[in-house]
Write a protein that binds this ligand. Structure first.
Ligand code: FES
Length: 122
């Protein structure tokens, strides 16, 4: 792949470790994570029918992303531990202006709880 297609992305894993990945323009943040064995779920295969691909987007990049679609908002509403910078990973497609983006995996999803307790609805 040519250099101007390269988009670096850092995933902050649930244990706090950072994984910097050399992605490219057009990569889907959820599928890219899967290619590198990062435990970002994607239960519905990017069809906006789950919220398990929930990530927090680095503040420097939240405004660069397109506004979430209504379907994405609806799904995010069901994600535990929602924050203002919450997005669905499967809806983030890498672009050149997103080079250097960091996304953080939440401590829990609807299917996965770090501490073994079911999250309280917010
Ligand atoms: Fe289900 Fe993203 S994988 S909404």
């Amino acid at each position: 792949k040519s250099e101007d297609e390269v988009v670096w992305i850092t995933y902050v894993l649930r244990d706090g470790t950072k994984k910097k990945i050399r992605g490219k323009v057009g990569d889907n943040v959820m599928y890219l994570a899967h290619r590198y064995d990062i435990e970002l779920e994607g239960a519905c295969e990017a069809s906006l029918a789950c919220s398990t691909c929930h990530v927090y987007v680095d503040d420097a990049f939240t405004n660069k992303l397109d506004e979430p679609k209504e379907e994405e908002e609806d799904m995010l509403d069901q994600a535990p531990a929602l924050r203002p910078n919450s997005r669905l990973g499967c809806q983030i497609i890498l672009r050149k202006d997103l080079d250097g983006i960091t996304v953080t995996l939440p401590q829990m999803t609807r299917n996965f709880y770090v501490d073994g307790h079911k999250p309280q609805p917010h």
